[in-house]
Design a protein around this ligand. Structure first.
Ligand SMILES: Nc1ncnc2c1ncn2[C@@H]1O[C@H](COP(=O)(O)OP(=O)(O)OP(=O)(O)O)[C@@H](O)[C@H]1O
Ligand SMILES: [Mg+2]
Length: 405
């Protein structure tokens, strides 16, 4: 089994997938833009060969270089778990005649408007939406859809350039701020709780499944610095509250013709109990969601993803033992961390349930909270009871403060 894996070392969790591939018996051929000499030894150890390209995001160039490089070698899979490379992987698969999702299928996971059209065509509930390229088109769409609405880039990430708009005046302000965005999606605003639906699939059927809740919704968490965003995986997937979302998720996978590998979907649960589609990617969720899922089931999805992608098999235990919460912290002030408040008390009380604490130490430089959800570090904790987990997460969000100067 020869696997071409794009960017085997970056972002950091890709190193774990590289390991996973090697552990299920694949020979891993890495393609990335870091010089081979600079790859971490742990990555090199799992690679059979490596091609350095000058610009990993330059699709045409990568395809040309990889084509020359693999000549004469048999390639069985071309895989990528980083959102910006899933299309490059699909184009390489088509070029080499390797099994896996086609360019057209992957487009359904990358283009937010096309995605919603395909999901809607399958009779599933999506927010009303229109693709807009100019301010006039946005105003027309607003008229048709009505307020409140959401304006966001067609290929956005991390809630960047994503705005809730409540009236004409706000629309004008937002349009002025979005001038640099080429193509946007104008959507009906869905009021509700926000969840994920995550899977590892074989032929579009989940062999591993997860639901997590965002507290508060990402749009709020990503725009207000004082918030400590919380994400909690839900242990009990059989509860009636989630049934509609899980059903929706499975049907979305069919509508988009999912193949093998990770998916990460976001959906809304309205106060009336309706599950509404948000968006989906054919890659894992970011910000340590895979670690959270691993802690939830005590499994290794880095490896089980590899097994599913190479051998259409999965040995992850479906038994969910914990609700697993991650709490991201943002320091007050700029510059370097000067003090931690409340950590000792928190650990004394809840430390038995904490599985990771990566809060930046005193003296470290703050990270840019707009660029990374990980912000100034996080705590991961877990407990079999949902309400206890939520309360502990809330205690970390409210009771722990980092200061910077
Ligand atoms: N139609 C909608 N109704 C209500 N809220 C929405 C809507 N679309 C987007 N949002 C809010 O904006 C956030 C970001 O939107 P979306 O998930 O589509 O973009 P993204 O930037 O790709 O997100 P991610 O942070 O997952 O990369 C959502 O999580 C949600 O909180
Ligand atoms: Mg999103």
């Amino acid at each position: 089994m020869n696997v071409l894996f794009l960017s085997p070392h970056y972002p950091a969790e890709m190193q774990q997938y590289t390991r996973g591939l090697a552990e299920v018996g694949a020979r891993v051929f890495g393609v990335g833009d870091t010089p081979a000499a600079h790859l971490p030894p742990s990555v090199k150890y799992h690679l059979s060969d490596y091609l350095q390209v000058p610009r990993i995001l330059d699709e045409d160039d990568v395809i040309r270089r990889v084509h020359n490089w693999v000549r004469g070698r048999e390639i069985d899979r071309v895989l990528a778990n980083w959102e910006v490379l899933v299309m490059t992987a699909a184009r390489l698969r088509e070029r080499f005649g390797v099994p896996g999702m086609s360019v057209d299928t992957v487009r359904g996971f990358r283009d937010k408007q096309l995605m919603k059209e395909r999901v809607k065509a399958a009779g599933l509930r999506v927010p009303k939406s229109r693709r807009v390229r100019t301010a006039d088109e946005a105003r027309e769409a607003a008229e048709e859809i009505g307020y409140p609405l959401i304006l966001k880039p067609i290929a956005g990430a991390g809630s960047a350039d994503t705005y809730r708009v409540d009236d004409d005046q706000e629309l004008s302000q937002v349009l002025a701020a979005m001038g640099h965005v080429q193509e946007a999606s104008c959507e009906e605003f869905i009021e509700g709780e926000e969840f994920t639906f995550d899977t590892v699939c074989v032929d579009g059927e989940p062999v591993y499944m997860n639901v997590a809740q965002y507290l508060p919704p990402p749009l709020i968490a990503r725009s207000q610095e004082s918030v400590s965003p919380i994400i909690i995986t839900v242990r009990d997937l059989s509860q009636p509250k989630l049934a509609g979302g899980i059903e929706l998720g499975k049907n979305v996978l069919k509508a988009l013709n999912m193949g093998d590998g990770f998916t990460h979907m976001e959906w809304f649960l309205t106060s009336k109990g309706e599950a509404v589609f948000g968006e989906i990617g054919c890659r894992p969720g970011g910000a340590h969601l895979v670690d959270q899922m691993n802690y939830t089931n005590d499994v290794d999805l880095f490896r089980e993803w590899a097994r599913a992608s190479c051998w259409k098999d999965c040995r992850a235990s479906p038994k969910r033992k914990y609700n697993t919460a991650i709490i991201f912290k943002r320091a007050k002030g700029q510059g370097r961390i000067t003090a931690h408040e409340g950590v000792r008390e928190f650990m004394a009380r809840y430390g038995d349930h904490v599985v990771e604490n990566t809060l930046l130490p005193v003296g470290a430089h703050r990270r840019n909270w707009k660029q990374t959800l990980v912000s100034d570090g996080f705590i991961i904790l877990r407990h079999p009871d949902w309400e206890v987990t939520r309360q502990m997460a809330q205690a970390a969000a409210e009771g722990i403060t980092l200061y910077a100067q």
